[in-house]
Design a protein around this ligand. Structure first.
Ligand SMILES: O=c1ccn([C@@H]2O[C@H](COP(=O)(O)O)[C@@H](O)[C@H]2O)c(=O)[nH]1
Length: 277
C-alpha cells in the first residue's frame, strides 16, 4: 500500500494528524527506564503505549539512534509502532551523491529488519541524490522545503535571478519529482506566511509540519495549510514525550505519571488540531 493511502487510513482511524516525535534525548530519560538494557527502546515502548491512540504517525529522528544500541532501539521501536498499526516516518534528512544515496535508501527496505514507511530528505544535492528514495514508490519521501529553525532563512529565503525564493524553487522541483505520488514536503509551523504560500504553489502535496510545541509554531496554520485533501502531519516531539518532565515524575520508579503526561499531551494536541480540520 502506498504511504499516503496508509497515512490517510491511519488519520481516519485515530481521528488525528498528530505526528509524535520520538527523540529520546539520553539526558532527559526518566529513572524508570534507565536500568533497562536498551533505555531508548523501553522509553519509546512506553511512549507508544501511552500515545498510540492519538498518533497518526511516529517520527523518530535518526540523530537519537546513530550508535549500535540506538539502531537496535530504533528497529524495536518501528516494529512496535507497526504492531499498533501506526506508520513510522524516519526523520533522517538524507541527501548525498547517487552511489551513497543508494545505500542510505536501504533503510526503507525490510529484508534486514523492520523498516520505516517514510523518510525526510535534503534536496541540496539535487534529483539524483533523491532518486533511490523516490523510486521506492510505496514509501513516503518528505523533501525539506522551508525548515522551522531561525537559520532556515539564510539560504531558503534567498531570491534567485528568476525572482523566486530558493525554497519556492525547491517546492517546484519537489512537485516535478512526484511522478510516483510519494513526495511530501517539510514546512515549519514557525513560518506561517511561507506555509500558506507553499500550499498555494502545491495544493495536492501533503506536508509534515514540525515546530508546534517546543518551538512555539502556529498550530492553526499548520492544520489549515499542512493538509492536502485531509492528509498531512503536524509534529511535536519534546512537547509530548517530555510533557511529564518534572523532578518528581522523572525520579518515580514506576514512570506511570511521566508516561501518562505524554499520553495526555498527545491527546490535547490532537484535540487542538482537530478544531481546525
Ligand atoms: O524544519 C524542521 C525539520 C525537522 N524538524 C525536526 O522535528 C522535530 C521537532 O522537535 P520538537 O521537540 O517538537 O521541537 C525534531 O526532530 C527536529 O529535528 C524540525 O524541528 N524542523
Amino acid at each position: 500500500m502506498h504511504f499516503f493511502d496508509r497515512l490517510a487510513d491511519r488519520i481516519a482511524a485515530a481521528d488525528s494528524v498528530v505526528s509524535v516525535g520520538l527523540d529520546p534525548d539520553p539526558d532527559r530519560l526518566p529513572d524508570s527506564v534507565l536500568d533497562a538494557a536498551l533505555p531508548r527502546w523501553q522509553f519509546n515502548r512506553r511512549i507508544i503505549d501511552a500515545t498510540h491512540e492519538h498518533a497518526a504517525c511516529y517520527k523518530p529522528n535518526a540523530a537519537f539512534y546513530e550508535d549500535p544500541d540506538g539502531w537496535r532501539a530504533l528497529e524495536e521501536t518501528i516494529a512496535y509502532a507497526h504492531g499498533k498499526d501506526v506508520p513510522v516516518l524516519l526523520d533522517a534528512k538524507r541527501g548525498d551523491i547517487g552511489n551513497t544515496a543508494r545505500q542510505y535508501a536501504q533503510v526503507l527496505d525490510d529484508e534486514e529488519g523492520p523498516a520505516a514507511d517514510a523518510i525526510t530528505v535534503n534536496p541540496f544535492l539535487g534529483r539524483d541524490s533523491l532518486e533511490p528514495f523516490l523510486q521506492r514508490a510505496e514509501k513516503g519521501v518528505f523533501v525539506l522545503g522551508r525548515t522551522s529553525n531561525p537559520g532556515g532563512e539564510d539560504l531558503q529565503d534567498l531570491e534567485l535571478a528568476s525572482g523566486e525564493k530558493l525554497y519556492e524553487r525547491v517546492v517546484h522541483l519537489a512537485d516535478l519529482w512526484n511522478g510516483n505520488g510519494n513526495v511530501g514536503l517539510v514546512v515549519g509551523a514557525t513560518n506561517p506566511d511561507e506555509l500558506e504560500a507553499i500550499r498555494e504553489l502545491v495544493p495536492d502535496i501533503p506536508f509534515l509540519v514540525p515546530g508546534v510545541g517546543a518551538q512555539g509554531g502556529d498550530a492553526e496554520a499548520a492544520v489549515e495549510h499542512g493538509l492536502a485533501d485531509g492528509v498531512g502531519l503536524v509534529n511535536s516531539s519534546r512537547g509530548i514525550i517530555f510533557a511529564g518532565e518534572d523532578a518528581d515524575t522523572r525520579r518515580d520508579d514506576s514512570g506511570d505519571a511521566f508516561f501518562k503526561a505524554a499520553g495526555q499531551s498527545a491527546k490535547q494536541l490532537k484535540q487542538r488540531l482537530n478544531q481546525f480540520r
